[in-house]
Write a protein that binds this ligand. Structure first.
Ligand code: IPD
Length: 265
């Protein structure tokens, strides 16, 4: 498995590097201006599709029997037991506006378990990586989560879904939590938020409604950096709730989020 995981990691790193370059260099300079005019979403969708095609094409050539699950529609089971879970641009709205926090997220699952995760954040000049059981790294440097502060001094990250009804429920959760913590950030890329927990730039991150491609790579990176990830009490990180935090804070936040209904719509 070590050799297999090395191969998967190498492919994920190279695919993420190429996609990141395509997105950074290929972003139309007037995209932000276009955001106030015509149909900028179409331009971003085109970049999303091009990025996903590049990634599935590059990896599929090396490993034709693997499966794929991608935000832009890739969905095949494959026959090798390996499935790639891909977000070709995580942080689409940041990308649209020219804010730097967007990323390319690529995970490889072996028999359903994430074994390799890569999150490339080209505008930060950072690439995060993890292999199951081998720790987490940012640009080759080992990273660790931050030791948990008391909740009152914790810096949390979160995110909001796209549907108005869900956003209203998420605002209620923020209303309850905000007076109890140091502050709350909304970074705009779940994959980067999870990597920020991994390297100690956030104490915790939670969000309701993530898709598998938003969280697969980042959650492995957070766990390999010593953080815990999960969902509602007793459940794994999922669409219902994704929470990542250093262990003591995780133990405090998981029941609290459950209590305030952070997994409700
Ligand atoms: C979104 C980002 C954002 C999160 C949203 C996601 P996308 O992914 O990760 O931070 O709050 O829930 O949908 O759409 O930019 O790939």
């Amino acid at each position: 498995t070590d050799a297999l995981h090395d191969e998967l990691l190498g492919l994920a790193l190279e695919a993420a590097r190429r996609a990141g370059e395509l997105l950074r260099d290929g972003r139309p300079a007037d995209l932000g201006v276009a955001a106030t005019k015509t149909s900028p979403i179409d331009v971003v969708t085109e970049m999303d599709i091009a990025s996903e095609k590049l990634i599935t094409g590059f990896i599929g050539e090396a490993r034709p029997d693997d499966g794929f699950l991608g935000e832009e529609g890739a969905s095949t089971d494959g026959t090798s037991g390996i499935r790639w879970v891909i977000d070709p641009i995580d942080g689409t709205v940041n990308y649209l506006y020219g804010l730097p926090s967007w990323s390319v997220s690529i995970a490889a699952e072996q028999d359903g378990e994430a074994v390799v995760g890569v999150v490339a954040a080209p505008m930060r000049g950072e690439t995060y990586q993890a292999v199951l059981g081998r720790g987490a790294f940012n640009n080759g440097e080992r990273i660790r989560h931050r030791p948990a502060p008391p909740l009152s001094q914790a810096l949390l990250g979160t995110g909001f879904g796209y549907l108005a009804e869900r956003r209203a429920a998420q605002a209620e959760v923020v209303r309850t939590l905000l007076p109890q913590v140091r502050d709350i950030r909304r970074g705009g890329s779940a994959a980067i938020d999870l990597c920020d927990v991994a390297c100690g730039r956030l104490d915790a991150y939670y969000e309701r409604g993530l898709n598998p491609w938003d969280l697969a790579a980042g959650a492995l990176i957070a766990r390999e950096a010593g953080a815990l990830t999960g969902g509602r009490p007793g459940e794994v990180a999922s669409h219902e709730l994704t929470l990542a935090a250093s262990p003591a804070l995780f133990a405090e936040l998981q029941p609290l989020l459950d209590e305030v209904g952070a997994w409700h719509d």
